[in-house]
Write a protein that binds this ligand. Structure first.
Ligand SMILES: [Zn+2]
Ligand SMILES: [Zn+2]
Length: 133
């Protein structure tokens, strides 16, 4: 379920705080190896237009170029995983756990389940895709 009204969120220490004035998409989960490593479990994120995202605090926001085509935003002080942004896409993924509650969102699918951690099962009944959707 998307949220047409946007929202706000940030990292654990408060060094990064953001607002979204616009639509937040359904939450999707990614179980790929990169997402496992960067989050410590799996990645669950909404997305919005990059132009809808503004920062009220970003002094500790840092970026890691995790592949040729995309970078990941995180807090350099508390270590929170916050964003995933494909180069020049005009969109940005926002880790759902960083949003202030209530989010008004629902998770709707799982991708890269062929690569998921071997220590858990996905039992929520949502659609699963071996790689990309
Ligand atoms: Zn922080
Ligand atoms: Zn992934």
């Amino acid at each position: 379920m998307p949220n047409e009204n946007g929202g706000s969120g940030g990292c654990l220490c408060g060094g990064v705080h953001y607002r979204v004035d616009g639509r937040l998409a359904d939450v999707g989960a990614c179980h790929c190896g990169q997402c496992r490593k960067t989050t410590g479990h799996y990645f669950a994120a909404t997305s919005c237009d990059r132009s809808a995202l503004t920062f009220e605090a970003d002094e500790t926001l840092a970026w890691y170029q995790s592949s040729a085509g995309a970078r990941r935003g995180f807090c350099s002080r508390c270590g929170a995983s916050l964003f995933w942004e494909r180069n020049d896409s005009g969109k940005i993924d926002i880790l759902a756990g960083t949003l202030d509650q209530p989010t008004g969102l629902k998770m709707t699918n799982h991708i890269y389940v062929d690569d998921k951690g071997d220590y858990y099962d996905i039992t929520d009944g949502l659609p699963q895709y071996g790689q990309y959707r």
